[in-house]
Ligand binder design. Structure first.
Ligand code: NI
Ligand code: MN
Length: 227
């Protein structure tokens, strides 16, 4: 499993021989100015919720790649009406795709498109196959529901969690989340993009270390390999 960080909460993941793009918000993120969205040809686009900072580039990238969108019913329906194809799930449901199994899990947040259309309840994803098991929490608060993940999914190798605080959980709660999901290796996201979520990266990594956990903060454009 290989990741490329595209800024904010956006990742391109090589998983089970397919390319999965998560929450594309790239072309209007000045921190991600070196990423060319026209080079992105994912097989699937995973969307955790409908906020602009997670879906801004969906239409452009789906158009050029023919990717299948994976999200909740409301988000997939919204894009299907625009002519894109998708696979919808709802909370607690899983489905076996050609890259592995994907489960749509709970998140505590809100979800609405910028045009005011209701975007369903926000969620996260657990994806697994023989290579690895990964949790992408999406924007969320710390929630007791995270304890269900190790009870219902294979052992996690890695989790992508928001750490920027203000709009999502912050560092201290992300450390507790890592306990709840029984995964000590965390890739941080949803930080530095906007003034209220600027963080001290060195201090963040240290705080995780002092709790015997690993926090990986990738440079935008950098890749990371697991397993
Ligand atoms: Ni959000
Ligand atoms: Mn967000």
């Amino acid at each position: 499993m290989k990741f490329q960080y595209l800024g904010h909460s956006s990742f391109l993941i090589d998983f089970g021989g397919k390319k999965l793009l998560v929450d594309p918000f790239i072309s209007v993120n000045p921190l991600a100015k070196n990423i060319d969205i026209h080079s992105l040809k994912p097989d699937y686009i995973l969307l955790t919720h409908g906020h602009q900072d997670h879906v801004f580039d969906v239409a452009t990238i789906a158009q050029q790649s023919g990717a299948t969108l994976i999200s909740n019913f409301e988000i997939v329906s919204y894009y299907e009406k625009k002519g894109f194809k998708g696979h919808s799930l709802n909370h607690g449901g899983k489905y076996i795709f050609d890259f592995g199994t994907l489960k749509y899990v709970n998140a505590v947040h809100s979800s609405e498109f910028s045009d005011g259309t209701y975007a369903g309840n926000p969620g996260g994803f657990v994806i697994w196959n023989k290579e690895a098991c990964l949790y992408i929490s999406g924007d969320t608060a710390l929630t007791m529901d995270m304890k269900l993940i190790p009870m219902t999914c294979p052992k996690l190798d890695l989790a992508i969690l928001p750490i920027g605080d203000n709009f999502t959980m912050g560092l201290e709660d992300a450390i507790l989340a890592s306990d709840f999901i029984e995964c000590n290796k965390v890739i941080g996201c949803h930080y530095d993009t906007f003034p209220p979520i600027k963080i001290d990266k060195k201090a963040a990594v240290k705080l995780f270390e002092s709790n015997k956990k690993e926090l990986i903060l990738l440079d935008i454009g950098a890749s990371y390999e697991v397993g």
